[in-house]
Design a protein around this ligand. Structure first.
Ligand code: UDP
Ligand code: MG
Length: 328
C-alpha cells in the first residue's frame, strides 16, 4: 500500500461524499494503491450513515471507523494512524478546505526527495480576524520561547509523512495529545509547503475562541514545564523584595521613627501576593491534573465499529475465490 489518507470527521455529513469523490478523482489517476481511513468522531449528524454508504472505486480501498462518542480531532488522527498501513500517511480534513491535489503534490515531493520524511502544509496568509491573528501570534511567541521543540507558525495538521515517522508518532501514547508539538518532538526532516486553505465545503468549523484558548494552554502544559520554573522565579523575586523592604522598615524605625503604615499600600500588597499565589497554585494544578489524567491510563479513543472495504481488484479476487470454493 502506497498511501493512507487519514480523514477525521465531526459533523461532516455534507462533506464526506464530496471529499471521497475528490480524493478518488485525484488519486484514481495515479495508478498506485491507496486507502482512505475515515474516522467518525462521534458526529451528531448523519456522517456515519453517509460513510457506510460509500463504495470503493478503482485502486482505492476504504476503512471507516466509528467512535463511541466525540473524542476530539487528536484522538481521531491517532485512531486513523493506528489503522493505517501505507508507506506514506496523509492527514487531511474532511471539509475540503485542504485539497487532495495538494496531498498528491506532497506525495510527489516525498518521492522525489528521499532525504525528506515529512511534508507539512502551512498557511502563510490566513483569512482571519485581527484578534485571532494576534492571539495566535502571541501563542507561537510564548510556546517557542518556553519549549524545547520548534513550533512553526501557520503549520497545519495537513501533512504527509513516511511510515517511520508514523510509527514514531504512534509510539507516543500520551493521553493529552497536542499534535503540533508531537510532530515537532519526533523530529525528522520536514519540508514546509505553502498552501491556501479553501472555504469550508459545508457546515461550520468546530473551533471557537474558547476552545482555541484551552487548546493553547494544553499545548504549553504538554510541551514545557517552564511555567513551573517561572512561578518559582516570581516567588523568589517577591521574597527578595520583601526582605529588602523589611530592612528599609527596620532602618527607618531605628533612625527616624515610623509613621503609621499606609492602608492602601497594605491592601495592594496583600492582593498582589494573594494573586501571585493563586496563579502559581493554578499553574501547579494544571500539571497535577495532567498527571492525574495520564495516571488513569484510559484509552485515547473507543471504537464502536469499523467497516472495511477492499479496492475493486481485490474485491473481484475475493468474489472469484468465493465462487471457486462451494464450501465458503
Ligand atoms: N474534527 C474532529 N473532531 C472534532 C472536531 C473536528 O474529527 O472534535 C475534524 C473535522 O471534521 C475536520 C477537522 O477535524 O475534518 C478540522 O476541523 P474544523 O474544520 O472544524 O477546523 P478548522 O478547519 O476550522 O481548523
Ligand atoms: Mg476546516
Amino acid at each position: 500500500m502506497k498511501l493512507s489518507l487519514v480523514i477525521p470527521c465531526y459533523n461532516e455529513e455534507k462533506n464526506v461524499r464530496p471529499m471521497y469523490d475528490a480524493v478518488n478523482a485525484v488519486f484514481g489517476r495515479t495508478g498506485f494503491s491507496y486507502e482512505m481511513i475515515f474516522v467518525n468522531d462521534g458526529s451528531r449528524d448523519g456522517t456515519w450513515r453517509e460513510l457506510k454508504d460509500l463504495e470503493p472505486v478503482g485502486n482505492g480501498s476504504l476503512k471507516c471507523i466509528n467512535f463511541s462518542r466525540n473524542f476530539g480531532k487528536e484522538a481521531a488522527m491517532y485512531a486513523g494512524l493506528t489503522e493505517s498501513s501505507g508507506e506514506y500517511v496523509t492527514i487531511i480534513d474532511a471539509d475540503l478546505q485542504q485539497r487532495p491535489e495538494t496531498a498528491l503534490e506532497m506525495v510527489e515531493y516525498l518521492d522525489a526527495h528521499p532525504e525528506t520524511d515529512c511534508v507539512t502544509a502551512f498557511q502563510s496568509d490566513r483569512n482571519e480576524g485581527i484578534l485571532l491573528r494576534f492571539f495566535k501570534y502571541c501563542f507561537y511567541g510564548i510556546i517557542n520561547a518556553v519549549s524545547e521543540v520548534d513550533f512553526h507558525q501557520g503549520a497545519s495538521d495537513f501533512r504527509t509523512f513516511r511510515r517511520n515517522m508514523a510509527d514514531a508518532i504512534l509510539s507516543l501514547g500520551e493521553y493529552c495529545r497536542f499534535s503540533k508539538g508531537i510532530f515537532s518532538w519526533v523530529g525528522f526532516e520536514t519540508y514546509f509547503m505553502p498552501y491556501k486553505a479553501e472555504e469550508r465545503n459545508a457546515g461550520r468549523s468546530s473551533w471557537s475562541f474558547r476552545k482555541l484558548f484551552k487548546y493553547a494552554i494544553e499545548g504549553i502544559v504538554a510541551f514545557t514545564t517552564k511555567p513551573l520554573r517561572i512561578a518559582t522565579g516570581v516567588g523568589i523575586l517577591m521574597s527578595l523584595l520583601s526582605l529588602l523592604y523589611l530592612i528599609i522598615v527596620v532602618v527607618q524605625k531605628l533612625t527616624v521613627g515610623i509613621d503609621v503604615p499606609g492602608y492602601a499600600t497594605l491592601i495592594v500588597l496583600i492582593l498582589l501576593i494573594g494573586g501571585i499565589q493563586m496563579t502559581t497554585l493554578g499553574i501547579v494544578g494544571e500539571y497535577i491534573a495532567k498527571i492525574y489524567i495520564q495516571g488513569k491510563e484510559r484509552p485515547i479513543y473507543i471504537m464502536k465499529e469499523m467497516v472495511r472495504l477492499p479496492a475493486e481488484p481485490q474485491r473481484e479476487r475475493d468474489a472469484a475465490a468465493e465462487d471457486a470454493d462451494p464450501l465458503i
